[in-house]
Design a protein around this ligand. Structure first.
Ligand code: GLN
Length: 266
């Protein structure tokens, strides 16, 4: 069987399993597999709706290539909206913190564009932190970031960071059960479950973001498409000024941001 025949067969197989980008994914599988048997094995896993990122073990994000495992959320293209916002509010040499860093995607993408910036990534999962550390090394950023175990900003100093970012879990628990099998069967609930209304983590997190920023510093969080109003209100209540919404490439609300102004400290 030729490589093209195998690719067509796998694409048909994936299409029949309900996978939208079957031809593209078949191409990725062929590129990653070193034998026909391995390609068939990968295709079988994919047809059973395991995410391609976990089958291949890596995922592109921003300009980086990141390792992903079942212990971290696979970085989504939507999250590049948060990276873009962050880059437009961070001078080179700044100090960044990423709360709930997972694979390290957001922090590493920011540091890759600001050669004199440094940062800290916090996660409550030791397994996720190992993945983040490997991603830092893989992208030659390990000397400018530090990954630490923690519960959001607990234990971090106040008035310390120029920029604070987070993509917390924000899916309402009941909605989470209705998502695609790739998500419900293979991605960490810890990274997705935002409680009854999806907002539990923001309630904890937003006041903490304010506390750890230096006066003049900026914070931004990723949100779900229907959470802009609620998270905007949490930012305002925490004391942030210039609270604003950014949309993703599809035009959906995706990031809420704000500034701790110079005269504020807490
Ligand atoms: N955007 C992700 C999804 O749709 C959710 C990310 C999150 O909860 N932080 O699965």
């Amino acid at each position: 069987m030729t490589r093209d025949d195998l690719k067509s067969e796998i694409a048909a197989w994936l299409r029949a399993a309900g996978i939208d980008e079957a031809a593209l994914e078949a191409r990725h599988i062929l590129a990653a597999a070193s034998s026909e048997a391995e390609a068939r094995d990968m295709a079988q896993r994919r047809a059973a709706r395991e995410p391609l990122s976990l089958i291949l073990g890596n995922q592109p994000f921003w300009t980086l290539d990141l390792r992903v495992t079942p212990d971290v959320l696979t970085p989504r293209a939507d999250t590049e909206t948060l990276v873009e916002w962050a880059l437009s509010h961070l001078a080179d040499g700044g100090r960044v913190v990423d709360l709930g860093t997972g694979s390290g995607a957001i922090l590493l993408a920011i540091l890759s564009e600001r050669p004199n910036a440094s940062g800290v990534g916090i996660d409550s999962s030791a397994a996720a932190l190992q993945v983040a550390e490997e991603n830092a090394r893989r992208n030659n950023l390990a000397d400018r970031c530090d990954f630490r175990a923690g519960n959001w900003a607990d234990g971090l100093p106040g008035n310390a960071f120029d920029l604070a970012v987070s993509n917390p879990p924000y899916i309402a628990s009941a909605v989470l059960e209705t998502l695609d099998p790739e998500v419900t069967d293979h991605e960490p609930y810890l990274a997705l479950d935002g409680g009854a209304d999806g907002l539990d983590c923001y309630r904890l997190l937003v006041p903490q973001l304010f506390r750890i920023l230096r006066p003049g510093g900026h914070a931004a969080v990723e949100i779900g498409y229907d959470q802009a109003e609620a998270v905007n209100a949490l930012f305002a209540a925490a004391g942030f000024a210039d609270v604003a919404l950014s949309r993703d490439l599809a035009g959906n609300p995706r990031v809420i941001s704000g500034q701790k102004t110079e005269t504020q400290s807490r």
